[in-house]
Design a protein around this ligand. Structure first.
Ligand SMILES: [Zn+2]
Length: 347
């Protein structure tokens, strides 16, 4: 029997000139995501609006990496998740397309009482887990509005947790978004004409807001239910795949996490707004049970993590990267992944 592992990651990363998470375009103006942050200033609390990258954006990037990693290891990934289309078994149509009719047939048909509905819901979750590592690790929500189904809803909570990346406490006032002017210039070509007195013809002008800030980064992975069912309480924790495959799926999840950090594997607009990236610090706590690293919003979070460990431990080991320190980010990530995998094989 393999064991479980809980991996908690918190970090600080300086991102300059990024457009990783845009919210809307108004005409030719594309806005960067902003969030309100409340902090104490003197004896009062004040609200500051700062650039941010949503947890959804990080999760999307992570799941793309996970799909690649899992496919590369020969593990099951459904046809939609493999393409980065995370509809994740949201209705019967999607299920039939991504997992095939045999899985859709489980929930099709007439309900035959509550016990039978529960059994089918359990079988359905099991089949979806089996068929797709992304939906196993990242969860899914099936909700079919059509009348002719035995099971109308099955929900699987994600086994990984991410949050908004916001500027760190001391960086709140330094964080900026600024609209940058860009133009596509086509004057002097046969495609545009300049009329008398007109300005700007042949130029497509547009603005993109870029953000620059020292951002927080948070990610937790709880392996307890990877490869195991959760939806029907009576069956929670039942294996949907072999123990050997479960361990390989968790390895895929950990490798994807490594890439997420090393390659900054998330965010949009990277073809023309590839940010400069500088990790300042990263703490990875590997534990046998839930143990999260304190928030990197505060400058002393690395120390706070050490202090927490001296008081509370779930066989926790901290793997710490600090810029200018002896070890590289790659080494620390590698060591943490090895630690996590060894726990799966051991207890
Ligand atoms: Zn899928």
């Amino acid at each position: 029997m393999g064991g479980d592992v809980f991996v908690s990651v918190r970090g600080r990363v300086i991102l300059n000139a990024e457009a990783l998470n845009m919210t809307e375009s108004v005409g030719n103006y594309v806005r960067h995501r902003r969030v309100p942050v409340v902090v104490r200033k003197g004896g009062e609390y004040v609200t500051i609006h700062v650039p941010a990258v949503s947890g959804e954006a990080v999760a999307h990037g992570y799941q793309e990496l996970l799909a690649n990693e899992a496919s590369g290891m020969g593990l099951n990934v459904c046809g939609l998740c493999a393409k980065g289309i995370f509809l994740k078994s949201s209705n019967l149509n999607v299920v039939a397309h991504a997992h095939g009719d045999s899985v859709a047939d489980i929930v099709r048909g007439k309900a035959k009482g509550r016990a039978e509905t529960q059994r089918l819901a359990h079988e359905f979750e099991k089949a979806v887990i089996k068929g797709c590592v992304v939906e196993d690790v990242g969860g899914f929500l099936y909700a079919e509005r059509g009348g002719k189904v035995a099971v109308k809803q099955v929900k699987r909570t994600s086994n990984f947790y991410v949050g908004y990346m916001i500027p760190v406490a001391e960086g709140l006032e330094a964080a900026v978004t600024e609209a940058q002017l860009h133009s596509r210039y086509a004057l002097g070509t046969e495609f545009v004409e300049r009329e008398e007195g007109e300005r700007g013809m042949g130029q497509m002008i547009y603005y993109v807001e870029i953000g620059s800030a020292p951002y927080t980064f948070s990610f937790d992975l709880d392996t307890r239910y990877v490869g195991r069912t959760t939806y029907v309480a009576a069956h929670a924790g039942e294996p949907a795949v072999s123990e050997d495959e479960r361990v390989r799926r968790i390895e895929a999840a950990l490798n994807a996490l490594k890439k997420l950090v090393l390659e900054l594997g998330f965010g949009a607009k990277k073809t023309r707004f590839l940010p400069t990236v500088e990790w300042e610090s990263l703490v990875i706590a590997v534990s046998n049970n839930v143990w999260t690293v304190p928030s990197p919003f505060s400058a002393n979070y690395v120390e706070a993590a050490r202090k927490k460990l001296s008081l509370v431990s779930e066989a926790t080991k901290l793997h710490i990267y600090e810029a200018g320190g002896k070890r590289t980010l790659e080494e620390v990530l590698e060591e943490a992944v090895k630690d996590a995998v060894s726990r799966l094989e051991k207890h």
